[in-house]
Design a protein around this ligand. Structure first.
Ligand code: ADP
Length: 361
C-alpha cells in the first residue's frame, strides 16, 4: 500500500501544486489520479519515487517512509511508465526492457529470457526484440514501456498518462490488455490520467484532484458516479454520468425472456418477420435472424455480441439493445450458452431504477 499523509508541495516560485493531500492506494489495486490539467497529478505521482521532493507531509510505501529509505533501493521496487514510453532511442527493444534487471545485477541470460517473456506478456512478438524504438508504432512503444516497468517485478507501479499518446482504438486495446495483466500480477498501481473515462474504466479507486492540488474526492468509480462530493466532481464527471453509472449495475435481476433460438442449418420456424436468436452448434448465440420457414444459413445472421448474465453490466445491455435489430439484447450463461433475451423496456426500467436509487442516496 502507498499512503499519502498531509502531503504539500510548494515549488520554488511559490506555486502550491499539492495541498494537504491524504489518501491510501491499496495493495494490489489500481488507484487513478484524475483531474483537470495543472491540478497536481504529475507532481503527486513523482513524489512517490522522489523525482520531486515534497515540502511537508510523508509518503509511506508498505509502511516505510520513502524519505527515510535509500532512494536507489526504493526506486528498484517501483516500476515507472511515462507517456510516449520514454524508451532509450539508441537501444534495442530487448536492451530497453533489460535495462532494469541489469541495474539489479541479475544474471544476463536470465534477464534476457525474462525480457522476451515480458514482451509476449504485453502482446509483442519476440521478433520485436531486436528492433529499435523508432521502428515501432506508438502503441507498440507503450507496450515496451510497460514491459520495462515490469522487468524487475516491482511490487509498485507508477504510470503517468500511459495510454494518452495513442489513437482511441489502440488505447482501448492497451487498456483492456493492461487490465488482464493486472488481474494476474496484482501490482499496487498509482496512475495519472486527465481522461475521466479512462479513470472509470481502469481504477479500482479514483482520487479526484482540483485546482491547487486539493483533494476533491476519493472512492470507487461506482461511489463517485453515484455520489459526487460536490459540483466540481459532478461537472468533471460530465453529462454522461448516469450512463457511466450503468457500467456498475448488474443485470441478473432483470427478467429474461425465452425468445426462440434456432441453430445454423435448422429451419426458421415462427411468425414471419419475428426475430429469433441464431445459435452455433454448441448453443452459443451468433446473432439474430428473421423467421421465415427457410433453413438458417450463416449469411442470414445479423451478428450481435451477447451480454454475460453473471458478469454483464446494464451499460453493455443498453448498448446491445441499441445495436440490435430486434430491440432486444441476447444474454448468455457463464459458459457462453444462450440464456434468453432482455428487451429495451426492461433495460430502461432497470436504468431508471438505478438512477432513482442514485438520486435517493
Ligand atoms: P497536472 O499533472 O495535474 O497537469 P502538475 O503536477 O504538472 O499538474 O502541475 C501542478 C501545478 O504546479 C501547475 O500549476 C504547474 O504549473 C505547477 N508546476 C509544475 N511543475 C513546476 C515546477 N517545476 N516549478 C513551478 N511550478 C510547477
Amino acid at each position: 500500500m502507498i499512503e499519502f499523509k498531509s502531503v504539500v508541495k510548494t515549488y520554488d516560485n511559490g506555486t502550491t501544486a499539492v495541498d494537504d493531500l491524504s489518501f491510501v492506494a491499496p495493495t494490489g489495486k489500481i488507484t487513478v489520479l484524475v483531474g483537470p490539467s495543472g491540478c497536481g497529478k504529475t507532481t503527486t505521482l513523482r513524489m512517490v519515487n522522489r523525482l520531486i521532493e515534497q515540502s511537508s507531509g510523508s509518503i509511506l510505501l508498505g509502511g516505510e517512509d520513502n524519505a527515510r529509505t535509500d532512494t536507489i533501493r526504493m526506486r528498484r521496487r517501483i516500476g515507472y511508465v511515462i507517456q510516449n514510453a520514454g524508451l532509450f532511442p539508441h537501444q534495442t527493444v530487448l536492451d530497453n526492457v533489460c535495462a532494469v534487471p541489469f541495474l539489479n545485477k541479475s544474471d544476463r541470460r536470465a534477464s534476457r529470457e525474462r525480457a522476451l517473456d515480458l514482451l509476449e506478456l504485453v502482446g509483442l512478438d519476440r521478433s520485436y526484440a531486436s528492433r529499435y524504438p523508432w521502428q515501432l508504432s506508438g502503441g507498440q512503444q507503450q507496450r515496451v514501456g510497460v514491459a520495462r516497468a515490469l522487468a524487475a517485478d516491482p511490487p509498485y507501479m507508477l504510470m503517468d498518462e500511459p495510454f494518452s499518446a495513442v489513437d482511441p482504438i489502440v488505447r482501448k486495446q492497451l487498456q483492456d490488455e493492461f487490465l488482464k495483466i493486472q488481474a494476474d500480477l496484482a501490482k499496487t498501481i498509482v496512475m495519472v490520467t486527465h481522461d475521466i473515462e479512462e479513470a472509470l474504466k481502469l481504477g479500482d479507486q479514483i482520487v479526484v484532484l482540483k485546482e491547487g492540488g486539493v483533494l476533491a474526492q476519493v472512492g470507487s468509480p461506482a461511489e463517485i458516479l453515484a455520489n459526487p462530493a460536490d459540483q466540481f466532481v459532478a461537472d468533471f464527471l460530465g453529462v454522461s454520468r448516469g450512463y457511466h453509472a450503468l457500467s456498475f449495475e448488474r443485470i441478473d435481476r432483470l427478467p429474461l425472456e425465452a425468445t426462440p433460438a434456432v441453430r445454423v442449418h435448422e429451419r426458421l420456424l415462427g411468425q414471419a418477420s419475428d426475430w429469433v436468436v441464431a445459435c452455433g452448434e454448441n448453443d452459443e448465440p451468433l446473432g439474430w435472424a428473421e423467421a421465415d420457414g427457410e433453413t438458417l444459413t450463416a449469411d442470414r445472421i445479423t451478428v450481435a455480441a451477447p451480454v454475460s448474465l453473471p458478469r454483464g453490466s446494464l451499460r453493455e445491455l443498453l448498448d446491445a439493445v441499441l445495436a440490435s435489430p430486434s430491440g432486444r439484447a441476447i444474454v448468455v450463461n457463464d459458459g457462453g450458452t444462450y440464456a434468453g433475451t432482455i428487451g429495451h423496456e426492461s433495460v430502461m426500467r432497470g436504468a431508471m431504477g438505478s438512477l432513482e436509487t442514485e438520486r435517493a442516496s
